[in-house]
Write a protein that binds this ligand. Structure first.
Ligand SMILES: *Cc1c(COP(=O)(O)O)cnc(C)c1O
Length: 479
């Protein structure tokens, strides 16, 4: 496929702007560039075809089954896009007076209240722009809490080895030292190791639940008790609330703070790089430290911005990615008290259904039942046939299945993490299972052949390290 720059022909274009009807002013010489910018010159139809062609190179939820573990690539109802695009939401300005944006303030306030109810928390901010940003915000609250009490010896944060990778990264960025605790044979936190790890230097614990093995820790109440008894606070990484929402609440499990990825569970399309949002909920003891402004309702029923007394400050310009909050509210209101737990149960059912269909062939890292996702360990298959997790993932592309998350969690060396989500039908799950099983059979017949997969894609195996570390995102004209 050609770059749009290669399609360019001098003088071609689509300049149909009306004639200038305001006085022209010449700019001072020093603001002018010496040469015209090397912008592509193409006709509108060619530009349209170019981008359409490009879009076909990407795989989205609307192209097929997308079981990307931990990412919850579920179908997001289109009607929520319409809600977010309503002129009263999309065309307002962040510096408008409060009295002219009462509806928008009500959205932020109501979304916070409902997400607080879903998580069992007393206060919520929707300012953070993503999950990791929500963790960062939440851990700043915990840090501010200890500091406000003069409890400065608490410098360590405990992170189990089954945590999402952002958890230790967050703890480090906030200035804590991370202490790793291992998992036990069932994939949960090793309680003895946790008891040994806590002490007067414990600021808190960050727990991903369900963890990256797709397991809801059965000892969760014991975990929060152990940390609290040592004087630490408990942070719940709720990025994957999908199998839990409406059924169990982090606040009831003893957690002091939680974040939710609105762009996973609550109906914002993602995968192309944003915008997302995290809702961060906290118990009353952390609420004075929340980023400002928050929204509160006054006695006469109107809404206004407020500044928490000991706020950690802003974490994002203005009020966060507001459109994401509109979608989340529309989604929560549409599903309601009955629909939310039903979606969660279906997510768990779908994952267990697919896991059962595959476990006769593939080796599961941990026996079920799982929550919303499960982890295949391709290690035994690789040993027998030479076909790795990467080979299996690449071959699935030829059957129209987006690969599962690969080589994550790190504690399973040849991991494929599969999350079907609740929005897939039984037929789709059956077709996907057939594709997984066919790839398994192919590996058993000739594992070496799969090193060449995918066989039907324009780009098969890019150098992912170079693409991430030294990406070339700029086109330079030939001299
Ligand atoms: C996705 C995810 C995150 C990070 O969320 P981002 O929006 O990508 O920053 C954190 N924790 C868990 C468990 C996740 O699945």
């Amino acid at each position: 496929m050609k770059l749009v720059f290669e399609l360019s022909r001098p003088g071609r274009g689509m300049d149909v702007l009306p004639a200038c009807d305001v006085p022209e002013h010449a700019l001072d010489e020093r603001w002018l560039r010496a040469a015209a910018p090397a912008l592509p010159e193409v006709a509108e139809v060619d530009l349209d075809r170019h981008y359409h062609e490009l879009s076909k190179e990407a795989f989205g939820v609307c192209d097929g089954f997308y079981p990307l573990g931990s990412c919850t690539m579920k179908y997001n109802p289109r009607v929520n896009e319409e809600a977010a695009a309503l002129p009263g939401f999309a065309h307002i300005h962040p510096t408008q007076p409060e009295s002219t944006v009462q509806g928008a303030l009500e959205v932020i306030h109501t979304a916070g209240a409902l997400l607080g109810e879903i998580t069992g928390m007393d206060a919520v901010t929707v300012q953070p722009a993503a999950g990791a940003h929500g963790e960062f915000t939440g851990m700043l609250l915990i840090k501010a809490y200890h500091e406000s009490r003069g409890d400065t010896a608490r410098t360590k944060v405990i992170v189990p080895d089954s945590a999402h990778g952002t958890n230790p990264a967050t703890a480090t960025m906030v200035g804590f030292e991370t202490v790793n605790v291992p998992s036990n044979a069932d994939g949960g936190v090793d309680l003895d190791a946790l008891r040994e790890a806590v002490g007067p230097d414990t600021a808190g614990l960050m727990l991903t639940n369900p963890n990256t093995l797709g397991i809801f820790d059965p000892n969760i109440l014991a975990i929060t008790r152990i940390v609290h008894e040592a004087g630490g606070l408990c942070y719940y990484d709720g990025a994957n609330l999908n199998p839990v929402m409406g059924i169990a609440r982090p606040g009831d499990m003893g957690f002091d703070c939680v974040h939710l990825n609105l762009h996973k569970t609550f109906s914002t399309p993602h995968g192309g790089g944003g915008p997302g949002a995290a809702a961060v909920g906290c118990k009353a003891l952390l609420a004075p430290f929340l980023p400002g402004p928050t929204v509160e309702q006054t006695e006469d029923g109107t809404y206004r911005f407020a500044q928490p007394e000991q706020s950690i400050g802003r974490v994002k310009a203005f009020y966060g990615n507001f459109g994401v909050v509109v979608r989340a509210l529309a989604y929560v209101l549409a599903l309601g008290r009955e629909g939310i737990p039903e979606a969660a149960r279906a997510a768990v059912l779908n994952a267990n259904y697919l896991m059962k269909k595959l476990e006769g062939a593939y080796h599961m890292a941990y026996p079920g039942p799982c929550m919303h996702e499960f982890v295949i360990d391709v290690g035994p298959l690789k040993e027998r046939t030479g076909a790795s997790a990467l080979d299996v993932a690449k071959r699935l592309l030829d059957f129209g299945v987006h690969p599962p998350t690969m080589y994550f969690p790190l504690i399973v060396h040849e991991a494929l993490m599969v999350e079907p989500t609740e929005t897939e039908s039984r037929e789709t799950l059956d077709e996907a299972a057939a594709a997984f099983l066919r790839v398994y059979d192919e590996a058993c017949e000739d594992g070496e052949r799969l090193h060449g997969a995918p066989f039907t894609k324009r780009i098969g195996r890019p150098d992912e390290t170079a693409a991430a570390r030294t990406p070339i995102v700029r086109w330079t004209p030939e001299a």
